[in-house]
Design a protein. Structure first.
Length: 184
């Protein structure tokens, strides 16, 4: 069973209008996987990262970023490791305490690493952004996707430009594999 919330690429853009500015390739009525394939075959290959960040459900989007960071064969600093672990904890068990810990750590960070954006993506996945429980502020629906997109772009920037096309294909393949997994 496929975990798709959207039957067309256009539905993703309609659900997240801010994504429209990130995508220049017309959707042409494509279903999401066909649109991913067309993005990868286009000159706008990098746009597939933004599309996948919003196509995946929030938890899976955070998992995708975390797994991609881990598999990128790049050593993490102590702070990056801490931030990534907080995002991973939330992705494994999305409790309010785990979300709030990731949110606080991501908010306190300089936001100059993919791991910081992973923590923010987890932190912006739901719950209350306010420290005042009597006046809750839910995060806007697009913030998790935005944080995942920014994390993926930062991660890509760690690699030489000559490797970007190959990395984008690998990163997006990981997202599509997650979407095609059987529900547990």
């Amino acid at each position: 069973m496929i975990r798709l919330r959207f039957s067309s690429a256009q539905q993703v853009i309609d659900a997240y209008p801010n994504l429209n500015g990130d995508l220049t390739l017309p959707t042409n009525g494509d279903e999401p996987f066909a649109y991913i394939d067309r993005l990868l075959a286009s000159q706008q290959k990098q746009q597939v990262l933004a599309f996948c960040a919003f196509l995946l459900p929030r938890k899976e989007a955070v998992q995708w970023l975390c797994k991609t960071i881990r598999s990128a064969s790049r050593p993490l600093g102590i702070k990056e490791e801490q931030l990534l672990k907080l995002a991973e904890v939330w992705a494994l068990s999305p409790t309010e305490n785990a979300r709030r810990a990731a949110f606080q750590a991501g908010t306190d960070d300089a936001k100059d690493s993919a791991a910081a954006w992973a923590a923010l993506a987890a932190g912006w996945s739901g719950g209350n952004l306010s420290s005042d429980a009597d006046h809750p502020i839910p995060p806007p629906a697009h913030l998790t996707g935005l944080a995942v997109k920014l994390g993926m772009q930062l991660l890509l920037a760690y690699f030489p430009k000559s490797q970007h096309a190959e990395m984008i294909v690998e990163f997006s393949r990981n997202a599509t594999l997650m979407l095609k997994q059987d529900k547990a």
